[in-house]
Design a protein around this ligand. Structure first.
Ligand code: GAL
Length: 417
C-alpha cells in the first residue's frame, strides 16, 4: 500500500521560503511524548528552543509514564477521536503498526534533500521507513544493557566494577553487607523487562537473537531461559521492599543520593545523573551489564508526523529537519544520555559514558552484535512484547517460579504471534 505523497520537493522549497519570509508565528506543532522526568525534560527543551528559533511554536502534550505505554494509549484515543497530534514520540514496531494504518505523513522531501539515507544506520531505518518512504525522524539511539553504579558505594564494596555475573553478585552482596539497597529498581513491567533484556543477553548473543528476535520456541523454552529467570530471581533479592510501582527516575535518584548501589537501566538514566550535576567517574560509574560487553541492545526514539492537514505540513517538516540537524543531534543527546542517530556526529561534546556508548554502538553494528531491545519494542511487535512483560513481571514478583515462567513464556509468545 503506498502512502499518499505528502508534499512535493518543489512545494516543500516554496513553503520553507514562505515561512522564512512571512508566516513564522502561525506555525506550531502539538507534540505527544512521555519525556517528563528531569533529565528528559531538559533534553526536550533543546528541541523546543530549536523550533521556537525557527518560529515554530511548541504545544506540549506530555503523557507521564516511562517506556511510553500510557502515551500510546492516549494516542490511540486521540486518533480514534479523529484528533491526532501533529507529532508523536514513538518506538520501533509501534511506528510500523501506525504506518500500516496509513495515518503517517511521509518525510521524503526533507529526508531526500538532506541525505538521511547516508547517515542513519540500517538498524534504525528498519523502523524509520515504510514502503520505501521515510515516516519517522530518529532523534537518538538509546541502549538498554547498562548498569549505573554509585561511585562511593562501589569503592566501599571493593572498588572494582564487575565484569562477570559472579563478580556482579559479589559486589551486590558487599553492598548489602554495607547496609545500603544494592539494586535500585522500579516495579513496573517495562522496567523489569529492560533488566531482562540484559540478563538474556548476558547468556549469549546467539541466545538473545534466537529467543528475542527470532522468537524460536526452542530457545524460549530452553534451560538457558530458566537460567535467565533464575538470575532475575537472584536480582530480586537485592531490591528493597518498596520497589513496586516505583518510577524509573526515582530509582535513579536512589543511586544518585547513595541510598542504593546501582540501577540496571537504559542510558536515559544517565540524563538524571547529569541533571543532578553528577559526573561519570567521579560520582557514578557506567558499565555494560556484566557478560554483555561488546554487545548492545538498542532502541531509538523517533518522531512521526500524523496527517493532520496542509497547514501543519511545513512545521512538521521543519521539526523533522531540526531533529536530524547534526548540531542538534549532539546537543540533545549530550543531555538525554543517549547517542546520536546520525553516524557522522563527532563525540567531542560527550562525556566518557557517551563516548563509550558511541564506540560500543559502532563496534556492535560492525560485529553483528547489535540487537533490538525487546523491552523497548525493537525486537518484536507490541503483542509479543506485552506477552513477555506479563510473564517477566509475574516471575519478578514471585508469582511464578523459573520453570513455570519458561513454560508460560513459550505459550504466551506463541499466542501473541
Ligand atoms: C524509553 C525512551 C527513553 C526514555 C525511557 C524512560 O522508552 O526510549 O527515551 O524516555 O523510555 O521514559
Amino acid at each position: 500500500m503506498r502512502i499518499g505523497k505528502f508534499i512535493t520537493a518543489a512545494a516543500f522549497a516554496t513553503l520553507m521560503a514562505a515561512s522564512v519570509s512571512g508566516s513564522k508565528a502561525q506555525e506550531s506543532v502539538e507534540v505527544l511524548h512521555w519525556w517528563t522526568s528531569g533529565g528528559e525534560a531538559a533534553a526536550l527543551n533543546v528541541l523546543k528552543q530549536n523550533l521556537e528559533k525557527q518560529g515554530v511554536t511548541w504545544q506540549d502534550m506530555p503523557v507521564a509514564g516511562g517506556g511510553g505505554g500510557d502515551a500510546m494509549t492516549v494516542l490511540r484515543a486521540r486518533v480514534t477521536a479523529g484528533n491526532p497530534p501533529t507529532a508523536v514520540q514513538m518506538l520501533g514496531y509501534d511506528i510500523l503498526d501506525w504506518a500500516k494504518e496509513g495515518v503517517l505523513g511521509d518525510l521524503d522531501p526533507v529526508a531526500n534533500k538532506e541525505g538521511w539515507d547516508k547517515v542513519i544506520p540500517a538498524a534504525l531505518q528498519k523502523f524509520s521507513k515504510y514502503d520505501g518512504h521515510w515516516i519517522a525522524a530518529p532523534v537518538n539511539v538509546h541502549s538498554t544493557n547498562w548498569v549505573w553504579i554509585n561511585k562511593a558505594a562501589l569503592d566501599a564494596a571493593g572498588g572494582k566494577a564487575p565484569t562477570t555475573w559472579d563478580e556482579l553478585v559479589a559486589v551486590l552482596d558487599k553492598m548489602k553487607a554495607n547496609g545500603i539497597t544494592p539494586l535500585a529498581a522500579g516495579g513496573q513491567a517495562w522496567q523489569e523487562a529492560t533488566m531482562f533484556d540484559a540478563v538474556v543477553l548476558s547468556l549469549g548473543n546467539d541466545f538473545y537473537k534466537s529467543a528475542m528476535i527470532d522468537l524460536d520456541p526452542a530457545a524460549l523454552g530452553s534451560d538457558k531461559m530458566k537460567e535467565a529467570f533464575d538470575r532475575m530471581a537472584k536480582l530480586r533479592t537485592y531490591v528493597d521492599d518498596n520497589f513496586s510501582g516505583r518510577d524509573w527516575n526515582l530509582a535513579s535518584a536512589m543511586v544518585i543520593n547513595g541510598q542504593a548501589g546501582m540501577q540496571m537501566m537504559g542510558d536515559w538514566a544517565k540524563g538524571e545523573f547529569l541533571k543532578a550535576g553528577q559526573k561519570p567517574g567521579n560520582d557514578f560509574v557506567c558499565i555494560r551489564f556484566p557478560g554483555t560487553q561488546g554487545s548492545v541492545t538498542f532502541n531509538s526514539d523517533q518522531f512521526v508526523m500524523f496527517k493532520v492537514g496542509a497547514d501543519k505540513q511545513n512545521a512538521q517538516l521543519k521539526m523533522a529537519s531540526a531533529i536530524e540537524d547534526p548540531g542538534f543531534q549532539s546537543a540533545f543527546n549530550v543531555v538525554k544520555g543517549s547517542v546520536p542517530a546520525r553516524t557522522d556526529v563527532p563525540d567531542t561534546a560527550f562525556d566518557d559514558c557517551g563516548k563509550k556508548g558511541m564506540k560500543d554502538l559502532a563496534e556492535a553494528n560492525q560485529n553483528g552484535t547489535l540487537f533490538g531491545s525487546m523491552a523497548q519494542g525493537h525486537a518484536a511487535p507490541a503483542a509479543v512484547k506485552n506477552a513477555l512483560y506479563d510473564v517477566v513481571d509475574r516471575a519478578f514478583n514471585g508469582e511464578l517460579n523459573s520453570q513455570d515462567a519458561v513454560q508460560e513464556l513459550v505459550a504466551a509468545v506463541a499466542a501473541a504471534q
